[in-house]
Ligand binder design. Structure first.
Ligand code: IPD
Ligand code: CA
Ligand code: CA
Length: 269
């Protein structure tokens, strides 16, 4: 898996150093030749080594032959960053056996950081074991989130962003959900959440967080499922506090009002 990810990483870096032509899958949903080239390469390598395994990839969809093994492939997580030359993106690969994720890997080729986990064997960064952070107070936490490009007008995340920003050291929006999950796993973030992620975004990162001692659930603290559309990850220690905040926000209780823009503008004059 690592060899495949590194080879795909080299392909992404090749494209990154050239002029990147952007195409659109939706209003703000970008795709590039690098996304397609990376997925093609990853599928070829999987087929050469494990010809009978099924593959679900973002760009080419599902190859389903009824195998007990299924790969989840995001050939380029962070396409918008990539297309703009902002160096935060990765390849995310995960392998499921009989509906249980058994291995996951995210490779960031710009930093040469390879995050990996095998069920029951812990998680590592470039071969060195990693653990989630021990920070126990939300007020002392740095957390991450993301905003989906699909149906972005309907996404309520800006309210969560505002509220959680005021309750923590800050909220980062780095643009690669898979790497955000890895940041929780290695203690750079205490938590991360996002609405409407797809299985290829989360399959590897969730296992990496869990194997690093963290916790991943839906927004109510219930069992995380790959197709649940709600991802809430943390170091485990602040999980309940985050779930409590989410419940308050969903119920519209205790919300800090958004500053009034007109009042602000009037004061400036
Ligand atoms: C996107 C990234 C981004 C997240 C979006 C995803 P893509 O994946 O993970 O951080 O906010 O929801 O769709 O399209 O770059 O593979
Ligand atoms: Ca993605
Ligand atoms: Ca992608």
């Amino acid at each position: 898996m690592s060899a495949i990810a590194r080879e795909a990483g080299a392909l992404l870096i090749d494209h990154f150093q050239q002029n990147i032509k952007i195409e659109y899958k939706g209003e703000a949903d970008l795709v590039t030749a690098a996304d397609r080239g990376s997925e093609k390469l990853i599928r070829e390598r999987i087929r050469e080594i494990w010809p009978h395994h099924d593959v679900l990839g973002e760009e080419e969809g599902l190859r389903d032959t009824g195998s007990e093994y299924r790969w989840y492939v995001d050939p380029l997580d962070g396409t918008t960053n990539f297309a703009h030359g902002f160096p935060v993106f990765c390849i995310s690969l995960a392998l499921e056996y009989r509906q249980e994720m058994i291995a996951g890997l995210c490779y960031d080729p710009t930093r040469d950081e390879l995050f990996a986990a095998e069920r029951g064997q812990g998680a590592s960064l470039n071969g060195v074991p990693i653990r989630v952070s021990k920070v126990s107070r939300l007020e002392e936490s740095l957390v991450g989130t993301g905003f989906p490009s699909h149906k972005r007008h309907q996404n309520p995340n800006i309210h969560f962003y505002h509220q959680i920003t005021l309750r923590t050291h800050g909220v980062r929006r780095a643009g690669s959900a898979a790497l955000d999950l890895c940041s929780v796993a290695c203690g750079r973030f205490e938590g991360f959440w996002e609405f409407n992620l797809n299985p290829w975004d989360t399959a590897a990162g969730v296992l990496i967080v869990e194997e690093a001692g963290g916790r991943v659930t839906d927004f109510s603290g219930g069992r995380f499922q790959l197709n649940s559309r709600e991802t809430l990850a943390s170091n485990g220690v602040i999980h309940q506090a985050l779930v409590a905040e989410f419940q308050q926000i969903f119920a519209g209780r205790g919300l800090e009002p958004l500053p009034n823009v007109r009042e602000y503008a009037a004061k400036k004059i």
